[in-house]
Write a protein of this length. Structure first.
Length: 244
């Protein structure tokens, strides 16, 4: 039903009767606004108001000529993407955005950096209503391949061969290789401690050992080889025929 420039909701009979009887435009308009407000708030209760947290009180529900800024009914305005900002050094003061396209995930791989260099980052969240404030600044230093282990030494005892070395810069773990020929591994001892006791070496057999340093970037080249043989328990003396 239509009277003048305003719309009356269909089926709202009490409002229609009062409008025709009183002709009080301001009273009818106030009741109409109250009805619209209740309708919008009920919609939020039914559709999880947390969905609209990225854009509170910023868009309006339009019916006829009225609008009310107290509720938001557009589900498309949730925060959905991120931008990554980077600076070289310990602070984010000179950061620039480094992602060419918006980042939908919550992880980002920043490649092509200089080895052993410190970088700082912060994140900005985006939605259709705008961007967030800058996130906290976090710093990290890139790494490089570890140095080749030096001073590799091998010694023997009656129970094991012991291999030791000087720790390599940038290494997070070490592998020891063992073979009868230097550089041709038959056995690998992964993530070995320094020093390492090879209790599986066969007594009296000569072995070559070399060490490889590791970190998340990859592995070093082989170290120089060290050679040793596990000691044997001596055989019992041969008792000659002239002894009692």
């Amino acid at each position: 039903m239509r009277h003048g420039p305003y719309l009356i909701p269909r089926g709202h009979e009490p409002l229609q009767r009062r409008y025709r009887r009183s002709g009080n435009y301001l009273q009818i308009l106030g009741r109409w606004r109250q009805w619209l407000r209740q309708l919008g708030k009920q919609h939020l209760r039914d559709n999880n108001a947390a969905d609209y947290a990225c854009r509170p009180n910023s868009a309006h529900l339009h019916f006829g000529r009225l609008h009310d800024p107290d509720f938001e009914l557009d589900r498309s305005n949730r925060c959905t993407t991120y931008d990554v900002w980077r600076a070289q050094g310990a602070t984010c003061s000179a950061a620039v955005k480094i992602n060419a396209a918006p980042v939908a995930a919550t992880t980002y791989a920043d490649t092509g950096l200089t080895e052993l260099t410190q970088y700082s980052y912060y994140i900005v969240a985006n939605s259709t209503c705008g961007t967030s404030a800058d996130g906290a600044c976090a710093s990290s230093t890139t790494i490089t391949l570890p140095a080749v282990p030096a001073d590799v030494a091998a010694s023997s005892s009656c129970t094991a061969n012991t291999i030791s070395w000087t720790p390599s810069a940038g290494a997070t773990a070490y592998d020891i290789k063992r073979g009868s020929v230097c550089g041709t591994a038959v056995t690998t001892f992964s993530n070995a401690a320094n020093p390492y006791n090879d209790t599986g070496a066969v007594a009296g057999t000569t072995y070559n050992y070399w060490v490889i340093a590791k970190n998340p970037c990859g592995n070093s080249a082989n170290s120089a080889c060290a050679t040793t043989a596990r000691l044997k328990v001596p055989a019992a003396p041969n008792r000659g025929g002239g002894y009692a």
